[in-house]
Design a binder for this molecule. Structure first.
Ligand code: FES
Ligand code: FES
Length: 241
């Protein structure tokens, strides 16, 4: 009887141990499963994050390339911005001859005259400092570089060539040659026009008045004494006739 009881107890113990082992292994399995699920979720989230990053990157690249293609090259921008200036009809007389032309509003009278072939109007400074471009505009000496071509419309212009010709020199031109008032000659056309304007206004100027009369004309050869002598002599010559 005792042996039977012992056997029963032993088998009960064995069954309990087995149950425990089964429970343990089930719990282990559950934990492992949980871990696997957790890992999978983690992996999925990471994957999602990478995909999201990729989309953002792609979008940014697309935006950049779109704005780049929208941007025009400097030359394209320049050609798009450029529109040729309107030309204006201009007419005036130069040394008695009618000249009809057209030019943009910003063209200076100096450039216009030289482009038309009146190269006796010299370009020295283009700033009103040297007087090399002096012309007579409606009987007043002006610097052609300080005027616009359109401003001369309807005017009477006289250059050094209109004052006298090679065959019929003006007394001022004669005296410039005779007394050495011409050195390199660059200032001479403007100087003679300024002298003509002075003598037209004041036929018998004093030496001081001659100096003031040509004070807007620079001679880079610095031969002012001979120039002043020539103007004085021309005035005396003209007064005696
Ligand atoms: S070029 Fe006109 S003043 Fe010098
Ligand atoms: S003669 Fe040469 S600049 Fe006057």
């Amino acid at each position: 009887m005792a042996a039977a009881t012992r056997k029963k107890a032993k088998s009960k113990k064995k069954a309990a141990t087995k149950k425990k082992a089964v429970r343990k292994s089930a719990a282990k399995k559950k934990t492992a499963k949980k871990k696997t699920v957790k890992k999978a979720v983690k992996k999925k989230t990471a994957k999602k994050k990478v995909a999201k990053k990729k989309v953002v990157k792609k979008k940014a690249a697309k935006k950049k390339s779109a704005s780049k293609s929208k941007r025009k090259s400097p030359s394209a921008r320049k050609s798009a911005a450029y529109s040729p200036p309107n030309k204006h009809s201009i007419s005036f007389t130069v040394n008695g001859a009618l000249v009809e032309t057209e030019a943009p509003a910003h063209t200076s009278l100096l450039y216009l005259l030289r482009d038309l072939g009146f190269t006796e109007v010299k370009n020295g400074c283009e700033a009103g400092d040297c007087g090399a471009c002096t012309i007579m505009l409606d009987d007043v000496a002006v610097n052609a570089c300080c005027m616009l071509g359109v401003q001369a419309n309807g005017s009477k212009i006289e250059t050094v060539k209109g004052i006298g010709t090679v065959d019929n020199l003006h007394p001022i031109q004669e005296k410039f040659i005779e007394l050495g008032g011409i050195q390199c000659g660059f200032c001479t056309p403007g100087m003679i026009v300024a002298a003509k304007a002075l003598l037209d206004d004041n036929p018998t100027p004093t030496r001081e008045e001659v100096k003031v009369g040509i004070s807007g004309n620079l001679c880079r050869c610095t031969g002012y004494v001979k120039i002043i002598d020539a103007i004085e002599a021309a005035a005396a010559d003209m007064a005696s006739k």
